[in-house]
Design a protein around this ligand. Structure first.
Ligand code: ADP
Ligand code: MG
Length: 702
């Protein structure tokens, strides 16, 4: 019998009133299966809809409710057609501006009608205005709508804004929360496991009530920044749980020896002899550190950080040599199919001439071919296996796995890494682990995220690299840019055109890329233009990448699927659309796809005007630096509270609530408490693990 973390843990979301199968499925996409999961879905923004600001008191930049009477409607025919609605109240005027509108909408805003609107105020040509505000008709006799649940009704708490998925509205989520929160009043709803002295007096239930329905006098700025004590209480608990799982795993791992890997056959020397270049000092240094680790009967756990293009792949290959030479298998996991495919080709060309059998496994490999591959992994015939996260599925059994290499770690969750490591443990040994990343993580953070881990840095880039010249251009200069592309291709070089959207939907991203490709094909009818995005089948993606790598496509339009690892040296111009939407480290990664060959390389950041001051500053950092570590640091120092936190930049650990950067200061105490709990309570079913880690970690299967 496992210790319970409370009955809401096992309370299926389907049993909450108002949740049918369709809604349950949508919630499932947000990772919400139980009422507990729902309660841990925290708002990422808060709005104040508690009062109405008179027009005369509107200040640009504020987001607020306002209310007034329609005076006139008009269609402005300027650079962009827009519907304008002029409102007045006793104190002044407000203009509503709609770029997307129907004729019927214009007609519905009759003079004399009272509207309540919610939106961000900006200064327009006629005074304050709101662009595409939420609008509600208010019956003119009462003056106030009495429907408190309406989107623009006055609220008694701050209004939470949740992360959304397609087809699930804020209103719906708020309704669900309103039904779930009262359940917290029942005894044993969620068992509070942290000692009160460690939580600043906040119980779990109080903290959850506060974050979902903050009283009006709650500190909104801190809430938005995620720094409110109620949020910190929750983040702290999650960090404690995470540390507890790390702690227990370390104990587990230390019980097992690792295979001693010695390059007795001089495989490394043969490998180096066939390389067309020499290792850089930075590469040799790191390789030396790895070799030392592999010689010891203790599982290596080493993080290798090296900027984009520093040559991590070769280091991975050479790290594999001692393990292969000692008769152990090596698994190399990449975060995307495109990268896994590229690794397969590269490792095959490097290792097959040396008599090493290289295999490949990805989700799309099916049927007989898959079975054959699985058999050869299980028999040990396949010595070096490349692939995606498909490598850690249950059906994959290694004969004697000695080393796991994870490339571009920031894309993997810790659980996936664990699952792969666990495989090697079946024969009483723990495999060595090598993690490669281009995303710099400060050491303290890395320690907390991975436990006790060693780090190496590949300093410097291979010689002969041309610096990438980065240009910041407004989208209005697109035509000039297209002319430049034609010119660039005429000189024998290739081009990436990257469409970025922050939208989580792969489908929307793919559509945007399709549109961009279509426009480019119209503008450049003579050029071979390819398109690759996440919606394509693996084989299609691979085929297009191969065409591009072979130089048969002049331009590759892509989503951020090409963000990591892709290596086509002849591509020397990259255009990134809407760069203001991505994190700086991510942009740096993308940009690293060019500047790999001998030709001068360019990166054009094609932004949508107007750019905020901060936005401008961020793009400038990118223009002025090519050092990923410098860029990451500057980005961190720039991102104040309120700026969207790019979780993908903060490391690989997928926390629900905690943010390793924001909540760094909580780590020492979380670590201490976790060790304390682990000593008193060696069980692997501690309620904290059940609540925060269980489904996502290996304890579920231990
Ligand atoms: P990353 O560190 O971004 O993963 P890659 O491993 O893809 O970089 O290497 C980038 C390119 O540099 C590849 O084309 C690779 O063959 C080349 N390369 C790696 N090491 C060296 C070296 N020491 N000298 C010259 N070229 C190198
Ligand atoms: Mg790489």
């Amino acid at each position: 019998m496992t210790a319970s973390s409370g009955f809401l843990h096992g309370f299926p979301i389907r049993q909450l009133k108002g949740v049918g199968p369709a809604l349950a499925e949508k919630l499932g996409k947000l990772g919400i299966h139980s009422v507990e999961d729902l309660l841990f879905l925290l708002p990422r923004q808060y709005e104040d809809r508690s009062h109405i600001t008179p027009f005369g008191a509107l200040i640009p930049g504020m987001t607020t409710l306002a209310e007034g009477e329609v005076k006139l409607t008009d269609i402005a025919l300027g650079r962009r057609r827009a519907l304008l609605v002029r409102l007045r109240d006793h104190s002044g005027g407000l203009t509503l501006r709609f770029y997307h509108f129907r004729q019927s909408q214009k007609e519905s805003y009759k003079p004399g009608l009272r509207l309540r609107v919610f939106g961000e105020v900006r200064m327009g040509p006629l005074g304050p205005e709101m662009i595409h505000p939420e609008v509600e008709h208010v019956s003119s006799d009462s003056g106030l709508s009495d429907d408190a649940s309406a989107s623009t009704g006055l609220t008694a708490t701050l209004t939470p804004i949740y992360p959304l998925v397609d087809g699930l509205s804020q209103r719906r989520l708020r309704e669900l929360m309103a039904r779930a929160l009262p359940l917290l009043d029942q005894p044993d709803a969620l068992i509070d496991v942290l000692p009160a002295r460690s939580t600043g007096g906040w119980t779990l239930a109080d903290a959850l009530r506060h974050v979902h329905a903050p009283p009006l006098d709650s500190d909104r700025r801190r809430l938005i920044a995620g720094e409110h004590p109620a949020q910190q209480r929750l983040a702290f608990e999650e960090l404690v749980a995470h540390q507890l799982s790390l702690f227990q795993r370390r104990q587990l791992q230390r019980q097992l020896p690792a295979p001693v890997c010695r390059d007795s056959t001089n495989l490394s020397a043969d490998f180096l002899a066939q390389l067309p270049f020499q290792l850089t000092d930075g590469q040799s240094q790191v390789l030396q550190e790895i070799r030392q680790d592999l010689l010891r009967p203790l599982p290596m756990l080493r993080l290798v950080q090296g900027d984009v293009g520093s040559g991590k792949t070769v280091v991975a290959a050479l790290a594999a040599c001692p393990a292969l030479a000692s008769g152990y298998q090596v698994a190399i996991m990449a975060p995307t199919e495109i990268l896994a495919e590229q690794h397969r080709q590269r490792f095959q060309s490097w290792f097959e001439p040396l008599g090493i059998r290289v295999g490949w496994l990805a989700g799309k490999l099916t049927g007989k071919a898959r079975q054959q591959q699985l058999d050869s992994i299980a028999s040990g015939e396949c010595q070096l296996l490349t692939g995606t996260h498909a490598l850690f599925q249950d059906s994959v059994q290694f004969a004697h796995l000695g080393l796991v290499i994870i490339d571009e770690q920031h894309r993997f969750g810790v659980e996936q890494r664990l699952a792969l490591t666990r495989k090697g443990q079946s024969n009483g040994m723990a495999p060595h682990q090598l993690i490669m990343t281009a995303t710099p993580i400060p050491r303290t953070l890395a320690m907390s995220a991975y436990g006790d881990l060693d780090t190496s840095v590949i300093h410097g880039l291979p010689p002969g690299r041309q610096p990438i010249q980065t240009v910041v251009l407004p989208a209005s200069r697109r035509d000039d840019l297209i002319a430049r592309i034609a010119h660039h291709v005429a000189s024998g070089q290739q081009v990436y055109w990257v469409c970025t959207l922050i939208e989580d939907s792969e489908q929307i991203q793919a559509q945007a890329a399709e549109v961009a490709a279509e426009l480019l094909r119209e503008a450049l009818p003579d050029l071979a233009i390819g398109l690759v995005h996440g919606q394509l089948k693996a084989a299609e993606k691979a085929a297009i990448m191969a065409e591009f790598a072979a130089g048969r496509l002049a331009v590759l339009v892509a989503t951020t699927v090409i963000e990591v690892g892709v290596d086509v040296p002849n591509a020397s111009l990259m255009v990134i659309e809407n760069p203001e939407r991505l994190g700086l480290s991510q942009l740096h990664q993308l940009r690293g796809r060019v500047g790999r060959g001998q030709a001068a390389s360019f990166c054009v950041l094609l932004y949508q005007a107007p750019l905020s001051g901060l936005g401008r500053e961020r793009l400038q950092i990118l223009r002025d630096s090519q050092d990923g570590f410098v860029i990451a640091e500057k980005d961190l120092s720039l991102r104040g509270p309120g700026e969207v936190l790019g979780t993908r930049q903060t490391g690989d650990v997928s926390f629900r609530i905690a943010d390793l950067l924001r909540d760094q200061h909580l780590l020492p105490a979380a670590r201490q408490l976790a060790e304390h709990i682990a000593k008193d309570n060696p069980r692997h079913d501690h309620p904290l693990l059940q609540r925060w880690i269980a489904q996502r970690d290996h304890y579920a299967s231990v």
